[in-house]
Design a protein around this ligand. Structure first.
Ligand SMILES: Nc1ncnc2c1ncn2[C@@H]1O[C@H](COP(=O)(O)OP(=O)(O)OP(=O)(O)O)[C@@H](O)[C@H]1O
Length: 264
């Protein structure tokens, strides 16, 4: 059997805030296979970003073990490309320079960088925009650049934190389709954080529904529907109802906790 892309065992993460300890993650066990597309889903505050950041190596867990691409996670690495909701682009660089940046940092020869960047920009429909600056692009285009930038260094794994959360519905669907196309073509492992139920079911091989504080795995829901998925089909909607029920239970716990906190 091949090594899992991600292996998470007994992971806990506690934060200290205002003299109190917040247990953000508690006893997370999860294994992700190479090439799998997994969505982490749950209401705000259930620890999705904390878990993703732990896989990324930005914030080590308080307890438990975590491996990515066969190695214990000890910090960020070029094997895990991160895409954030806020387009982490350099505003002073053109689209082309933004995408080339990681390759130049690696010291790749100029001609090879130029070839790779052109290929990616064409693949993502960005070639005509190569000389623009991020501020002169729409949100959707900026997020395409962010994806191209991560793909340039060709990591086996993409970690995406609500990457399409700030986009309008139509742009969001276009980018979801684009991501699925790239994923099918490139065979990357993708861990994708969202609080969109439809988005999770549209994209994922498996949806990991998390509980609200402490964050645990509430249920792993496999999505066996063929792609492209028809969001209007009865099968899609049945799954959406099932997952919505799970998320709503956690949303209710979140609201209850907030009411209790205000009553304090
Ligand atoms: N640096 C930190 N210091 C203190 N508490 C934190 C810190 N980061 C996260 N938390 C807390 O940990 C819990 C999980 O946060 P996290 O951001 O992972 O949730 P999330 O599910 O990604 O939420 P959202 O969808 O709002 O981003 C929350 O209760 C949050 O307040």
């Amino acid at each position: 059997m091949s090594e899992p892309a991600v292996r998470i065992e007994g992971v806990k993460k506690a934060f200290r805030a205002g003299g109190r300890e917040i247990l953000a993650l508690d006893g997370i066990d999860l294994t992700i296979s190479p090439g799998e597309l997994v969505c982490l889903l749950g209401p705000s505050g259930c620890g999705k970003s904390t878990l993703l950041n732990a896989i990324a190596g930005f914030a080590p867990p308080t307890a438990g073990t975590l491996t990515a691409n066969g190695r214990a996670v000890a910090g960020p690495g070029p094997d895990r490309g991160m895409v954030f909701q806020e387009y982490a682009l350099f505003p002073w660089m053109t689209v082309e320079a933004n995408v080339a940046f990681g390759l130049e940092l690696k010291g790749e020869p100029r001609a090879a960088v130029a070839r790779r960047v052109e290929e990616l920009l064409r693949q993502l429909g960005l070639w005509e925009f190569k000389d623009r600056f991020p501020k002169d692009l729409s949100g959707g285009m900026r997020q395409r650049v962010a994806i191209a930038r991560v793909l340039a260094i060709d990591p086996p794994m993409l970690l995406m934190d609500e990457p399409f959360g700030a986009l309008d519905a139509l742009t969001r669907r276009n980018l979801q389709d684009e991501l699925l196309r790239l994923w099918a073509a490139l065979g990357k492992t993708i861990v994708f954080v969202t609080h969109g139920i439809e988005e999770a079911i549209y994209l994922a091989d498996r949806v990991v529904v998390m509980t609200y504080r402490p964050g645990r795995v509430k249920r792993v829901v496999p999505v066996a529907l063929p792609r492209p998925r028809d969001t209007a089909s009865p099968e899609f909607n049945a799954l959406k109802r099932e997952v919505a029920q799970l998320v709503m239970e956690e949303q209710a716990r979140h609201e209850q906790a907030e009411r209790a906190a205000t009553a304090d």
